[in-house]
Ligand binder design. Sequence first.
Ligand SMILES: [Zn+2]
Length: 432
Amino acid sequence: MKTLIITLFLAFVSVLNIFAQDMKKQAPLDQCGTMQVLELMKQQDPTLEEKLNKLEGNVQEYLKHNQGSQRDVITIPVVVHIVYKTTAQNIPDSQIHDQIRILNEDFSKTNPDAWKVPGWFAPLAANCQINFVLANRDPKKKPTNGIIRQSTTKTSFTTNDDVKFKNKGGSNCWPTDKYLNIWICNIDDASGITGYAVFPGSGYVLGDGIVVDYQAFGISPNNYPNYNLGRTATHEVGHWLNLRHIWGDDGTECTGTDFVDDTPNQGGPNTGGYAVNSIIISCGNDPYGDMWMNYMNYTWHISRYIFTIGQAERMQSIFVTDPWRASLLTSNGYVSPNRPVSGNTESVFQLNNYPNPFNPVTVIRYQIPFSSFVSLKVYDMSGKLVVTLINKMQEAGGYDVTFDGKGLASGTYFYSLETDQFSEIKKMVLVK
Ligand SMILES: [Zn+2]
């Protein structure tokens, strides 16, 4: 009997061991290495802390004066580097496309689980007005699908960033002021980390971007079951756009901050899954408790489904306050260099103004068939620039831009529209 008990016990232990190993493989902690990487970067660059504090000051100052202001949708070209050793690590295009779709849903509040946000937090849920598109144009202006596949001899990677450098077994970045670089690789299981990001303002030109474990990216039967809705990338892109962890990175204290006003103070990250409308109180944040369903938390993917208005404004502000992120606004990385134009280009592009002659206001109307960098400028008879009306990326569509000639002399003026595929100059007459 004793022998049987020991045998059973040993069998039980070995089942437990198998189970434990399996659990480790199947369910890492989904921890994020971003703050750890930040600390390392601060050690390597003693001026970084001061630079980031200065940027934070600029962000707070900007937000003070621009809260609730209307904004255009920002489109970010994305390049995905798949750095693989095994076939499983060389994830299919479909998984990448799923992830881009999920990013777009999560950042525009069109995620299918947005309805789960509890009523008391629902008024805070934000459409962040940020859109992600796989690059159609590479840095050499050649057509691309925005996906790079790079084989490696490395079994796994750590947060030391080898994955970002070809001579260290990784894949070199595309210009980080024109593309969001996403590296996918096997991150060392023992680290418990499934992703990490570089904050804006770091000046880390060759390493700016995010890294995500191949089993936490997009949707796949091979992914970790609890991290199979693409929210690791949503979280890391949040960091890349200057969001901090919702608990304020102070361990389980109540003293840290995420620099966002509308996220409740909470003591440490939430982990695991939560039933809809669960209330978890910490740091005296009753009656509604932790925002455990925030993307910047550690909950399972199924239990993450909100960015707040404060977080959205913080992310948007970085495109004004950080020149490196701002330069993404002028990237044409998602415009194909060889886009076929069907029919007569003139009939697809349009440029007119009405009324003409005018006094003192006229509306310049134009239409672009593809998203493109658009420049609309007004010149006087001598060719001197009067005003730049538009100078940014725009989606395909029709646009009306009002030009006010108040303060200008009567006479002939020219307006010029330039896009990636088309340019035209037209004449208009101001009669006072
Ligand atoms: Zn994180």
